[in-house]
Design a protein around this ligand. Structure first.
Ligand code: E4P
Length: 219
């Protein structure tokens, strides 16, 4: 399973990319606002750090405007990095129209705010490169989020649909294990959860003991 980092925090992206585990990045307007940096600063740097799909979200509401906004975003990225941009489009009728046009133009799309398998199916039909089911937000309202990932994967496998499934809105490390066991293509994970994934108290105790014992060895 590919791992995307779900943040617009450039320092975090740089650090996690240095671990060799980052295949791509997803951002959204909330994450950009939280980073405290301007959108331009983020765009200028993020593509230099990670050589993989980078999702940037449009905020227009009409299909025509979404397409214009997407094209303007693409034009801001240097040519060598353009292959990596994925335009995040919300799932609704206007979003589907925009995905259809962008896919014909060869621009990658990540259809976001997916809360049902049917929404994912329609996004894939319209030509989405990626679909992002939001697991944590479904869990938050008492619906088992991972269930829709299972349904989407089953449908996409049945029909050899090439659209890749990004498990999004991940809240804890068990979500990542569940996504990988189901066979999702990608999990987009907040940095704090990636840090929890690497940590185990027995590892820390083990390192401490080895270092202590090493001091006793005659050099
Ligand atoms: C990623 O594409 C999504 O924007 C993100 O995972 C949403 O996560 P949240 O539900 O924690 O805001």
């Amino acid at each position: 399973m590919k791992i995307f980092v779900d943040t617009a925090d450039l320092d975090e992206i740089r650090e996690l990319a240095s671990w060799g585990i980052v295949d791509g990045v997803t951002t959204n307007p909330t994450l950009v606002a939280r980073s405290g940096r301007s959108f331009k600063e983020i765009i200028d740097e993020i593509f230099d750090i990670v050589d993989g799909p980078i999702s940037l979200e449009v905020v227009s509401e009409k299909a025509e405007d979404m397409v214009k906004e997407a094209e303007s975003l693409v034009s801001k990225i240097s040519e060598k990095h353009r292959k990596n941009i994925a335009i995040k489009i919300p799932i609704n009728p206007e979003g589907l129209k925009a995905v259809k046009v962008l896919s014909k133009k060869g621009i990658q799309t990540n259809v976001t705010l997916i809360f049902s398998a049917n929404q994912a199916l329609l996004a894939a039909k319209a030509g989405a490169t990626f679909v992002s089911p939001f697991i944590g937000r479904l869990d938050d309202i008492g619906q088992e989020g991972m269930q829709i990932v299972e349904e989407i994967m089953e449908m996409f496998i049945n029909y050899d649909i090439e659209t890749e499934v990004i498990v999004a809105s991940i809240r804890h490390p068990i979500h990542v294990i569940d996504a990988a066991r189901i066979g999702a293509d990608i999990a987009t994970i907040p940095p704090g959860i990636i840090r929890k994934m690497v940590k185990h108290s027995l590892t820390d105790v083990g390192i401490e003991k080895f270092l202590k014992d090493w001091k006793k060895v005659k050099k």
